[in-house]
Each structure stands twice: as structure tokens, then as C-alpha cells.
Design a protein around this ligand. Structure first.
Ligand SMILES: [Zn+2]
Length: 128
């Protein structure tokens, strides 16, 4: 093998290892953040993966994001616990919940970006 190519492959493999470590750490943080979010909501939280509706989106479905099951006009519906959600009375930590949800979304986005970088590196290494 050409030494330059070998060096490049070694660098790629090191990067893959670093990505794997970061992904494991992110997955732990995501799980902890989900539990913390659930702890702030006095009702059962459902975690759903959702489609964004954009054509040819390669990241669909997204999430999982937190939802409540609520009855509206006699029908059960999913209520996203994010933008536009009005916390019910007795929900004392709405601000903390929103900040934590924003943090959770950033962690998820980083994980998705990392998965794409890993896939790209594996393609370059020819091991995909
Ligand atoms: Zn999408």
C-alpha cells in the first residue's frame, strides 16, 4: 500500500473511533435528558419519531420528540410539548422544561450530524 494512503486510512480510523466515543456519550446524555424532561411533566410523556413533510428529506423521521396524548373535542390527539405548547396549570417548571427541551434537540441534532459524518467516512474508507 502507498504510505500516504495508509496514513490517510489511519487518520480516518482514528476519527471514526473519536466519533464512536462522542456518539456513545451523546446517547447517554440524550437518555438522561429524556428522563429529566419526563420528570418535569406531571403526565405520561410519549416519544415519537415524526416526518417533517419536506420532500426528499434524508433525515426523516426526526426525533424522538416528547408528546402528550390529549383528548380534544372527543378525539385523542398528539400534542407536541414544544413550540406553541401552553403548559397546564400546576406545571410549575415550564421555563426549565423549555430550556431542557432545547438542549435535548441540540444533542439530537449533533448525533444526527455525527451519524452522517461517520457514514461519509466509511464511504471514503470503502467499508460502508
Ligand atoms: Zn425530514
Amino acid at each position: 500500500m502507498v504510505p500516504d494512503l495508509q496514513r490517510l486510512q489511519t487518520a480516518f480510523v482514528r476519527r471514526l473511533e473519536a466519533y464512536a466515543r462522542e456518539m456513545a456519550s451523546l446517547e447517554r446524555q440524550i437518555q438522561e435528558t429524556r428522563e429529566a424532561l419526563e420528570g418535569l411533566v406531571p403526565m405520561p410523556v410519549h416519544w415519537r419519531r415524526v416526518r417533517c413533510g419536506k420532500r426528499a428529506c434524508r433525515r426523516c423521521p426526526h426525533g424522538p420528540y416528547p408528546y402528550l396524548r390529549v383528548k380534544k373535542d372527543g378525539k385523542w390527539r398528539w400534542q407536541y410539548l414544544g413550540k406553541g405548547w401552553q403548559p397546564p396549570e400546576g406545571f410549575a417548571q415550564a421555563g426549565e422544561f423549555r430550556a431542557l427541551l432545547a438542549h435535548y434537540r441540540r444533542l439530537l441534532e449533533r448525533l444526527v450530524a455525527l451519524r452522517e459524518e461517520v457514514a461519509e467516512l466509511k464511504r471514503k474508507l470503502g467499508v460502508a
